[in-house]
Design a protein around this ligand. Sequence first.
Ligand code: SF4
Length: 486
Amino acid sequence: MKEACGVFGVYAPGQPVARLTFDGIYALQHRGQESAGMAVSDGETITVVKDMGLVATVFDERTLSALQGHLAIGHTRYSTHGSSDWRNAQPAYRAVGRAGFALGHNGNLTETDTLAERAGMLPGVATSDSDVVAGLLAAAYPGTASDPADGELAGVIQAVVPELAGAFSFVLMDATHLYGVRDPHGFRPLCLGRLGEAGRPAGWVLASESPALDVIGAAFVRELSPGELVVIGPSGVRSVQLFAEDQVDDRLCIFEFVYFARPDTRLHGIEVHGARRRMGELLARQAPVDADMVMAVPESGVPAAEGYAKESAIPYGQGLVKNRYIGRTFIDPDHQARERAVRRKLNPLRDNIEGKRLVVVDDSIVRSTTIRTVVAMLREAGAAEVHLRVSSPPFAWPCFYGIDTPTRAELLAASMTVPEMTAYLGADSLAFLTLDNLKAAIGAGGVGFCDACLTGEYPVSVPLADDRLRAPGDRPGVLQGALPGV
Ligand code: SF4
């Protein structure tokens, strides 16, 4: 599974912000590795630089020194809707109004075709859902800013965004103002930070995750509320709720806690690393087993494995070494190629494994290639028993809200029971953390989450005819199971 973008924005009068933006999107590299970009304004002109590749590949010293200005947005992208090519690298820019505007998007819209039609785009012309939003905003220019101090894009955002459906955390800018927007379900995170603590020059920052604030010395202020627009400019920060009360329903993606977000990120006031450890502790209580060593599938399984080991009092050890120089360079076309990719990435520590009964902890099982190959490698290395423990419930439904997941037909849990999965993976036992225990481990009492990929309960309507929803054995037009939220 791949996260679908990191967004960042900074407004700091009197300061050059291109390097701050570089540091911000560098801290968000895990959210997208296909392309990177930034737009910078000096108050008069917006300059955009973007290209395919990692942040450090796209930007060098010379490029950064040429980007002058005190206002910027930045973006790291992984494609879920729209192909992986230069046209879809962000920020997206449209030359309308005084100096145009730029947009960075994290998430996925759900009614892109209807919206594209409304933006006057011919079918097939829009290259991504973010392109559609940029088209809708451009078509709505000149905007009617509710307050002239808010910048020319503010009124346009207020007119267009309430019409959108799906998942979106946007950072936007015109020549003079920075804007942040979250969809009314708050699927994807977005937080506000402040520069100027400890005698540093003042300013405001927006970022997908809080570590992007830490690395530039900004203090965390708060998360944007679902449905909120913040307008940042010479007169400070102003907040507007874009949606009616009955449209707002807090549903942060629960997989941000399980897998996507950095461990040092805080969401709903909770540090992700601690939540992942607690998932492991509750998993140990829920699914104990007699074993000699607890190990993780590196790296995302490590905190949960540590938690499992602590709670079960079984020693924690390293069973696999990860080649840290492997990045995402190509999409593996078939099962065998994906299996080879797992073996390139992970290799067993034979002396630690041989003759031992192992508890192997991973954060999720999606398509199963990784974990099935890992079980085979551990057995080849002499493991006596392999007990799989997964720190999230079975992943049985595809995501439509900004995460790149396989189709339902490719999801192991969509077509197999737990005993069938155990046999297929070649494990001695297999257990998944329950949804109740997952929520208890996160500990954000009373806060709602999106858990559609675990339950099939989609908070925002999804296209029922979409092939991604078909499980093996589904007849055309008839889905296995229900989609209760639709
Ligand atoms: S469907 Fe799953 S991955 Fe997608 S937003 Fe909801 S919880 Fe996150």
